[in-house]
Design a protein around this ligand. Structure first.
Ligand SMILES: *Cc1c(COP(=O)(O)O)cnc(C)c1O
Length: 391
């Protein structure tokens, strides 16, 4: 493992030890199991007296490299690589909670996280309460019940890009002795480190900016040794492990995360400023725009504003749909965090099943467009948006 204090060096120089072949780039360990040297080693490995690979559902050199690197970048003690972001969200909760427990969550969580909390966990006797990310601190504190075991949030929220004060939330979790779990997918470890502010668990969908090129799905749960130990037991026996191939791809992706994120953020800020001055645009939201209601907080806990910009186009749902149909280069897709710029219209797609009131509660207005700003030349991205607005 690398022991630099610099993000870029750690992201590039922490790699699995070289094999006898002296390879420079870490190879892909495409194997389901590992051989024992003798009966005693096999016994000791199974008894947890020795650290080492047994079977790829438990660990593999590629997933271990990916996780060790992420821990270094997030400032966490231990972690588990998972098959998808949702596997990470699920085991980070299901691996710790039991019937009778309660989760306090931000209303603006990823759609499938919402399904886990509202449709799946109730079957197992785990209840939840939502708070709005913009609610006053007293409102959040009032919703902590005697059986609350975990607080789960995403910041910035998707797609409204509202921000919650992680330092304050870390203090609240500590005061009430509950686990703070932060889905850090939007910002990646390069832009924000929730563990620094007191999060016990940091969860990721690696599918987004960590991969950054729209190729694989993956996820990670990172956190304290104690909590990860408990979650690892759950993961080992329920099997949401990451494939060695995806771990290999994602560990390579981390090597370029800093340069990619710098450019995503630079491009997103440029687009946000352009849109803010646009006559067809009612409102632009981007954490590092001075007009963002929580600009100071964003500056405090984020290194840069991230790769996602949202704006409200004049003309509501119909205009939003027309805008998307008129884009020529920008992809119309539900994903984000890709080299390719992607546009989404949440009111008619990802959040179409909600009522107007429910959408309003999570900051989704009829004409809201979400842009995941890619790495193309920004003249071309802006030109495409301009022509689509004229249609
Ligand atoms: C995409 C996403 C997830 C789910 O990740 P998958 O890799 O698609 O399973 C969870 N949280 C956030 C914030 C996301 O954007």
């Amino acid at each position: 493992m690398s022991d630099s204090t610099n993000f870029e060096t750690n992201a590039i120089r922490s790699q699995h030890e070289r094999s006898q072949h002296r390879e420079h780039s870490v190879p892909l360990y495409l194997t389901s199991s590992f051989v024992f040297e003798d009966a005693e080693q096999a016994r000791a490995l199974f008894a947890d007296e020795l650290q080492g690979n047994i079977y790829t559902r438990f660990s593999n050199p590629n997933s271990t490299e990916f996780i060790d690197k992420l821990c270094l970048l997030e400032g966490t003690e231990d972690g588990i690589a998972t098959a998808s972001g949702m596997a990470a969200m699920y085991i980070s909760m299901a691996g710790l909670l039991k019937s009778g427990d309660h989760v306090l969550a931000s209303r603006s969580v990823f759609g499938s996280t919402h399904q886990i909390l509202t449709a799946i966990f109730p079957k197992f006797g785990i209840s939840y309460t939502y708070a709005d990310i913009t609610d006053a601190p007293e409102e959040w504190e009032k919703k902590i019940l005697p059986n609350t075991r975990m607080i789960f949030v995403e910041t910035p929220s998707n797609p409204a890009l509202d921000i919650i004060d992680l330092e304050w939330l870390g203090g609240l979790a500590k005061k009430h002795n509950v686990i703070l779990n932060v889905d850090n997918c939007f910002t990646t470890p390069y832009l924000q480190n929730p563990a620094k502010w007191g999060a016990h668990l940091v969860t990721h969908s690696a599918t987004k900016f960590i991969d950054g090129q729209g190729r694989v799905v993956g996820g990670a749960v990172l956190g304290t040794k104690e909590l990860i130990k408990e979650i690892r037991f759950f993961a080992r026996h329920t099997g949401p492990s990451m494939s060695p191939f995806n771990a290999w791809v994602l560990s390579k992706s981390l090597e370029t995360l800093a340069v990619r994120m710098d450019r995503h953020c630079e491009n997103a800020l440029l687009l946000a400023k352009h849109l803010e001055a646009h006559p067809e645009v009612i409102l632009v939201k981007y954490p590092f725009l001075p007009s963002h209601p929580q600009y100071d907080l964003a500056k405090k806990q984020m290194r840069a504003g991230g790769g996602v910009v949202t704006f409200e186009i004049k003309g509501g749902i119909d205009r939003g749909r027309k805008f998307l149909n008129s884009l020529k280069m920008i992809s119309h897709s539900a994903n984000l965090g890709d080299t390719r710029t992607i546009a989404t219209h949440p009111a008619s797609t990802t959040h179409s099943k909600l009522t107007d009131a429910e959408r309003a509660a999570v900051g989704i207005t009829p004409g809201l467009i979400r842009i995941s700003v890619g790495l193309e030349a920004m003249q071309d991205v802006i030109a495409d948006i301009e022509q689509a607005m004229k249609v």
